[in-house]
Write a protein that binds this ligand. Structure first.
Ligand code: COA
Length: 486
């Protein structure tokens, strides 16, 4: 009987295989062959790895150790990128104009005569060399730097690098392994020649039109999603290009347009734009308020933007403290707990409130009711009470509170560094934590602080050659520039 069942089962399998268009006979060897072919394909594209290190975690060097960056960045977007690469262990050589430097050194100054926080907080873990890139000797030094570096990062206005003579063709000819990474405001197209700053990118990337309240104008956000966001995207491109170079042996161009970077961060709004074609966006509070949608995604105030409705609610002390607020999410799985906490247990079973679809048209009233409860607690009490019940909430932290937060200091996200001229200052450390590449945050360099050391130790100029370069005017400010900078 058992044998007959086995035989019948086998026959059924054979029939099924035939029906699926496969050979009646199963060939296990073929699976092995496919696996082998996959392994061969993989070994052709994945570089050989050394045996796993036996050194203790964090003592096997840094992730990007050995990578040298020719850092031609200024203002915010480019410096964000290279600072991150520096945090990961790359040697960032920041090229600055003699006597002038990155314009942000002198912008928004809080301490007379000292580099601004704008500069110091974006240029840690870098070395500074001053070179006049338009001086003949300066061009020669730059050529040597191109030969000695792995990546050139720049965020000049469109065409500025070419005007210095540093075209892609020239760089690639000089060092075929070099990766040339650029931030520009826009990608190829009608606006490619435009200069762009943060808020222009926020507007062009679709973020501003979808930020703010429905009855108010578009708003830009304080988080620098155009500058720092694009720098972060560029860093990802560079690291990917470095990995690909291990296989191809050659560099490539990496371009990150600020408009593209912002749009990538605002992609949920492009999602909603497409959903609009199929009906109203029911999770937007305007739907519950009976306000019709137009042709484009509207500004959604403090709506959560995801599938779980949320809003910012007042907490105890809101009358005098502008940051006494909490973000409160009515996540469906913890609806029962929310009802208990705010003293509305009847909502758990009331058909008008018990399910997410039933709640959607009533969100305004629901949040107003929850707010009656949050107003009786501080934002931290709300956090403690709700977290015990897995209700997702978040206190609105002021920058003062962030700066003083001990846990952020402990994790190295907020770091105090010492500077020879301005003294101690806070900076944001590496937001990416790695178990085998431990970030040491170092202060930003003074203008030209490492010029001599880079020319001699990295580029191999002799002491005599260094003196000659110094007198040539290629690395020192001309009188005119000094006057401009003063
Ligand atoms: N030696 C000699 N000249 C130097 C130099 C050096 N070491 N470093 C820079 N320069 C020159 C450049 O060659 C350029 O000269 P050119 O216009 O004659 O070719 C000049 O300095 C200014 O560069 P530019 O990038 O045009 O600066 P800007 O202050 O006019 O514009 C931005 C600033 C940010 C608007 C512009 O750089 C830009 O649009 N960048 C791309 C987008 C971006 O990153 N924006 C966000 C910044 S946070």
């Amino acid at each position: 009987m058992a044998t007959r069942r086995k035989a019948a089962g086998k026959a059924a399998k054979v029939t099924a295989r035939k029906a699926a268009g496969k050979s009646a006979v199963k060939r296990p060897a073929r699976k092995m062959t496919a696996q082998k072919a996959d392994a061969v394909r993989r070994s052709a594209v994945v570089p050989d790895l050394p045996p796993p290190s036996t050194k203790p975690w964090g003592e096997a060097g840094k992730a990007l150790e050995g990578v040298r960056i020719l850092d031609f960045t200024h203002v915010q977007s480019g410096p964000t990128c290279t600072q991150l690469l520096g945090y990961m262990g790359a040697d960032c050589i920041k090229v600055e104009r003699p006597g002038v430097g990155d314009i942000t050194r002198g912008q928004l100054r809080d301490v007379k005569g000292a580099d601004s926080l704008y500069f110091t907080m974006l240029n840690g873990n870098k070395r500074s060399i001053t070179i006049d890139s338009k001086h003949p000797k300066g061009k020669e030094i730059l050529e040597r730097l191109i030969r000695h570096c792995d990546v050139l990062v720049e965020n000049f206005a469109p065409g500025a690098l070419d005007r210095m003579g540093l075209t892609w063709d020239y760089i690639h000819r000089t060092n075929p392994r070099m990766i040339v990474a650029s931030v520009k405001g826009f990608g190829p197209g009608p606006y490619e020649d435009c200069k762009v700053y943060e808020n222009v990118a926020q507007c062009a990337g679709g973020a501003a039109s979808t930020t703010g309240f429905r009855d108010g104008p578009p708003l830009v956000t304080g988080a620098q999603i155009g500058d720092s966001g694009t720098g972060l995207h560029l860093a990802f491109g560079i690291v990917s290009a470095l990995y690909q170079r291990m296989r191809t042996g050659r560099g490539q161009r990496v371009l990150c347009a600020m408009q593209d970077g912002v749009l990538n961060l605002a992609r949920v709004k492009l999602r909603d734009q497409q959903r609009l074609a199929h009906g109203p966006l029911t999770e937007y509070s305007q739907h519950g308020e009976g306000v019709a949608f137009g042709k484009a995604v509207p500004r959604a105030g403090n709506d959560s933007g995801g599938g779980q409705p949320g809003w910012i609610l007042k907490c105890k002390g809101w009358e005098t403290d502008p940051d006494a607020y909490t973000y409160f999410i009515t996540q469906a799985p913890v609806w029962g707990a929310i009802c208990d906490v705010i003293g509305k247990p009847e909502w758990k079973t009331d058909p008008d409130y018990a399910t997410p679809p039933a709640r959607l048209p009533r969100l305004k009233y629901i949040f107003a009711t929850i707010e009656e409860w949050t107003k009786t607690k501080t934002k931290f009490e709300v956090m403690d009470i709700c977290n015990q019940r897995d209700i997702p909430v978040g206190p609105i932290l002021s920058m003062k509170e962030v700066a003083e937060d001990q846990s952020l200091r402990t994790t190295g996200t907020v770091v105090e560094v010492d500077h020879p001229i301005r003294g101690k200052y806070l900076t944001v450390g590496n937001p990416v934590k790695m178990s085998d590449s431990i970030t040491e945050v170092k202060r930003s360099p003074l203008l030209g602080e490492h010029t001599e050391e880079i020319l001699i130790d990295v580029l191999g100029y002799t002491a005599e050659e260094y003196s000659a370069i110094k007198s040539s005017g290629a690395i020192t400010p001309s009188d005119k520039k000094e006057t401009e900078a003063a």
